[in-house]
Design a protein around this ligand. Structure first.
Ligand code: KIV
Ligand code: ZN
Length: 512
């Protein structure tokens, strides 16, 4: 396949993805995710919207300064301050991209911008020229393009190409388009923008009608060569095009698509898990590619077919997305070297210090759990790799519960290097545990969400708990895993409280 058959993957998990309600990420988490996106071999990472806040600016700058070998983009509205701020954050990156946008639909012009079409055209051209004075790598997006007059979009795109834009993005901002219609729009743009050969056409689809991936594929079939997408389909409202679905559709149906991406698909599953853990937003079990059931075969007829020949019911090989589910890893007698080998095979590289932490946790778990799977190891890895300073540390937990007993919990924490203990009763053992923790930490956060799932099969499986809590007007997630689900819940709750403390410290450092 030629270079013209390559589909550029522009990942916006850190920008549009972060606009998912409740999906905010701290600087360390964004950096970790950006490292993962490099492993996935995306072409562009949209790291954030630098003018939005000091925190956003710092995150984009940190990524542009330190993550190399990939283009880093920053979003900017069409005004001088946004573009200057974006450049300030991006300027040390490898081939940094300013992504500037302005709406083109009459609805947006009339009600939001209160501008005429001529004014929009002039502002788009002036902004692209300003961005191009910093870098040749400028992308222009026509917000709400799919509900705009197509000839007007052609006019704007033609003019911004002359002003220096190298990528023209056609977003279905409201997720309104249908696949055949969206494909026709892209064909129309390809045929009616006279200087289109000087730029690349891109699409950015939202999933309000569940059509983001289908619309993106239709666009590719009609000439788009960049697709903007997010891991797990995160994003504003119903989300964006899910990268894993788009990439695997292109790969699995190469016979009809005749294009390719450079994505290292074996990193898809670990990347999806990382995003779930960082954002606290689990994917639904029946989600294509990365859902827990995506490769599970339940009916007897299917299982029989699978035993005879995998391809009877599987169109993709789970290994191709890095799914090592059910892989029995090591046991309690395994050494540090074997553990390190396994971690490298799973696509992680750790410092010696982090490896020691993982090894210690691995041994502790292997002592109580007979069989250790990759998923168990992954849960430990996530904890260690994403750890934040622990203001509150769980030392011990004892609970009493059952039918016809008043649930009670005794919790011992380490706070400021001092051990403190408290007992509490509650409606259930988790309620009692959380009450004791709230008392000891003198916090009064509100629990917004609580979910428990099992990391692997078997009654000795580790429980994984996700919580979302609100405190001091901030919402954070917390995550914990343990073979004992009440302990996992306590760890998740404390992880959330530690994140609140961390966030407060980060914000006061940034002078907010
Ligand atoms: O959905 C949208 O239109 C966007 C643009 C800023 C590209 O996110
Ligand atoms: Zn969007």
């Amino acid at each position: 396949m030629s270079e013209n058959d390559k589909i550029y993957i522009f990942d916006t998990t850190l920008r549009d993805g972060e606009q998912s309600p409740g999906a905010s990420m701290n600087m360390q988490e964004k950096f970790r995710l950006a490292q993962q996106l490099v492993k996935l071999r995306v072409d562009v990472i949209e790291a954030g919207f630098p003018v939005a806040s000091r925190g956003d600016f710092d995150c984009v700058k940190n990524i542009a300064d330190h993550i190399k070998g990939v283009q880093i983009a920053g979003l900017a509205r069409c005004n001088v301050k946004d573009i200057d701020t974006a450049w300030e954050a991006l300027k040390n990156g490898d081939n940094p991209r300013i992504h500037t946008f302005l709406a083109t639909s009459d609805i947006h012009l009339k009600y939001k911008l209160k501008m005429s079409r001529d004014q929009v055209l002039d502002l788009a051209v002036a902004s692209v020229k300003h961005a191009a004075s910093y870098t040749p790598n400028v992308e222009f997006s026509a917000e709400d393009a799919s509900r705009s007059d197509l000839d007007f979009v052609c006019k704007v795109f033609g003019a911004v190409i002359d002003a220096g834009a190298k990528v023209l993005n056609y977003p279905d901002t409201t997720g309104y388009a249908l696949p055949d219609e969206f494909g026709e729009h892209i064909r129309y743009l390809m045929n009616n923008i006279p200087n289109i050969e000087k730029a690349m056409l891109s699409v950015h689809c939202h999933n309000d009608l569940g059509l983001a991936v289908a619309n993106s594929l239709a666009a590719v079939n009609n000439g788009a060569r960049q697709v903007e997408c997010t891991i797990n389909g995160l994003g504003e409202r119903a989300g964006n095009t899910a990268m894993e679905e788009l990439v695997m559709a292109i790969r699995t149906r190469a016979d009809r698509m005749n294009v390719h991406t450079d994505i290292a698909t074996e990193h898809i599953h670990p990347s999806s898990r990382l995003v779930t853990i960082i954002t606290g937003m689990p994917v639904q079990p029946n989600k294509a590619i990365v859902g827990a059931n995506a490769f599970a075969h339940e009916s007897g007829i299917h299982q029989d077919g699978m035993l005879k020949e995998r391809t009877t019911y599987e169109i993709m090989n789970p290994c191709d997305i890095g799914l090592t589910k059910g892989n029995l890893v090591l046991g309690k007698h395994s050494g540090r070297h074997a553990l390190k080998d396994r971690i490298v095979t799973m696509g992680y590289s750790l410092s010696e210090e982090d490896l020691s932490r993982v090894f210690e946790r691995f041994k502790e778990l292997a002592d109580v759990k007979k069989e250790m799977f990759d998923e168990d190891l992954e849960a430990i890895l996530m904890d260690v790799v994403l750890r934040i300073p622990e203001e509150y540390e769980l030392m011990t937990l004892g609970v009493m519960s059952g039918s016809k007993v008043m649930p009670a919990a005794a919790v011992r924490l380490k706070i400021d290097n001092k051990e403190v203990e408290k007992a509490a009763i509650g409606i259930g053992p988790i309620d009692a545990t959380f009450r004791a923790i709230a008392d000891l930490t003198k916090t009064s956060s509100k629990l917004l969400y609580f979910a428990v799932s099992s990391i692997t099969g078997g009654t000795d499986a580790q429980g994984e708990v996700m919580v979302r809590i609100e405190g001091d007007g901030k919402i954070v997630i917390g995550q914990g895993s343990d073979p004992d689900i009440i302990t996992a819940a306590a760890k998740a709750y404390l992880n959330g409280l530690n994140r609140l403390v961390y966030l407060k410290k980060e914000q006061s450092k940034a002078g907010k």
